[in-house]
Design a protein around this ligand. Structure first.
Ligand code: NCD
Length: 420
């Protein structure tokens, strides 16, 4: 089976670093035509890309000698374990996103895939989790595998004093891949030292959360494609507890792989981003701005990436300055931001009164991308499993139509533009 046209087009835009408008110009087609080729197969507006255009696109790609196709570039640097975004190059990120694009029809319940039939995932979550644990499990199941898990220390033998080494080696005998979340920074790397099967960092204390950052970046890329923008040259505002937020740490480091960015770090005094992460983010000459002024910090931003205050990680820190004036809500977005800003958050958001986390008053607003972001967790984590377990080349051939009924829109407030 040929690669879906959406995957071919998205991959071409990535490899050539072109917006949709720029690609239509290179191809000599209308933007409307390109948009219709990029829509999912089951959309009413979907059209097939003519073979002549596909051939022309292949020619452009082969002529552009400066651009090496990402899938021909070695990506061994992030295997066998996935512990940190520091293992990634721009090419390996782009290759992963290409595989995630191929996974989209499976994640969206248009196709099934059984490339991991018989494989077992062990989910070891020693800290609270909803989306990371479930989306890793769902991603593995949708590839045909099965999931075993344990949650919290109370229900694992660690409560009896078992070491990380013993736990990791024991579970390695039962599973083919292990996802670990642990409250201590560095603990997941310790699990990896005791195992030859792939260990994935599902969040290690205030350290890193690499798979969250990858799905965040993938979400930005997809949202930007719709808005005719590129990640290179964009303005990203990270807001909130940037001291303890591991998702923000991994994301800031990943952004350092891109060029010409303005990264605004909006945190109240005491919750600022650690200096070592600023260094990684400012690679490639990216401009970093640190402020606690929401009005000036959000001005001109293409993305607001809000985060939760990580009270559970605080040891006597005072949170002065994290008042109502720090909340991302409809008024702040309307007053301070460009009309095409997108609002993201790794979630969970603290919706209790006084938390001043991302407000629910943006729930009906198409600029709010948080549920498109959580949806993207599945294809990105499927792509990670496929790469780590070496089945990424088999996916295309293993896709089958689904046989059950599912709704077109997953949530009642989902924006109607969806793919566009
Ligand atoms: C984050 C985490 O656990 O680091 N959530 C997530 O995995 N999506 C953010 C948080 O807990 O605030």
């Amino acid at each position: 089976m040929q690669s879906a046209q959406q995957t071919i087009l998205r991959d071409a835009m990535r490899l050539l670093n072109l917006t949709r408008d720029a690609l239509t110009e290179r191809l000599g087609v209308s933007r409307r035509a390109l948009d219709s080729w990029l829509l999912p197969d089951n959309s009413n507006e979907h059209r097939s890309m003519p073979t002549i255009v596909e051939r022309f696109l292949a020619e452009i790609l082969s002529q552009d000698t400066k651009v090496a196709p990402a899938h021909h570039v070695s990506t061994a640097n992030w295997a066998p374990h996935l512990l940190s975004v520091e293992q990634f190059s721009r090419e390996s990120v782009e290759e992963l996103f290409r595989i995630a694009d191929i996974m989209q029809p499976v994640a969206r319940r248009q196709k099934t895939c059984r490339v991991l039939e018989g494989a077992v995932l062990a989910n070891l979550f020693f800290e609270a989790s909803t989306r990371t644990r479930i989306s890793f499990g769902a991603a593995f199941c949708r590839l045909g595998g099965s999931v075993c898990d344990t949650t919290g220390f109370t229900f694992s033998s660690m409560a009896k004093g078992e070491s990380i080494y013993d736990t990791s080696r024991v579970v390695s005998g039962y599973a083919d891949v292990i996802v670990v979340r642990h409250p201590e920074q560095g603990a997941v790397a310790e699990f990896a030292e005791a195992s030859n099967i792939p260990i994935i960092n599902g969040g290690d204390g205030p350290g890193e959360h690499p798979t969250q950052a990858l799905l965040d970046l993938y979400t930005m890329e997809r949202e930007f494609s719709r808005l005719n923008k590129l990640i290179d040259g964009s303005h990203i505002a990270l807001v909130g507890d940037l001291k303890h937020g591991r998702a923000a740490h991994s994301l800031a480091k990943l952004l350092g792989l891109y060029q010409g960015l303005k990264i605004t770090l909006l945190a109240p005094t005491g919750l600022e981003m650690p200096a070592s992460i600023l260094d990684a983010a400012s690679r490639n000459g990216n401009v970093i701005e640190c402020t606690d002024n929401l009005a000036s910090g959000l001005a001109g931003a293409d993305v607001i990436y809000a985060t939760r205050v990580q009270k559970e990680r605080m040891q006597g820190e005072v949170m002065e300055g994290y008042g109502e004036n720090f909340q991302i809500n409809l008024r702040a977005v309307d007053t301070f931001c460009k009309p095409d800003v997108i609002v993201m958050h790794p979630l969970p958001r603290d919706s209790r009164p006084g938390a001043n986390d991302l407000s629910t008053d943006l729930n009906q607003d198409p600029r709010l991308a948080i549920f498109r972001q959580t949806d993207n967790g599945v294809p990105v984590r499927m792509a990670i499993f496929a790469k780590l377990l070496g089945v990424d080349q088999q996916i295309q051939h293993s896709l089958r139509d689904i046989s059950w009924v599912h709704p077109q829109k997953l949530g009642p407030n989902d924006a109607s533009f969806d793919e566009l």
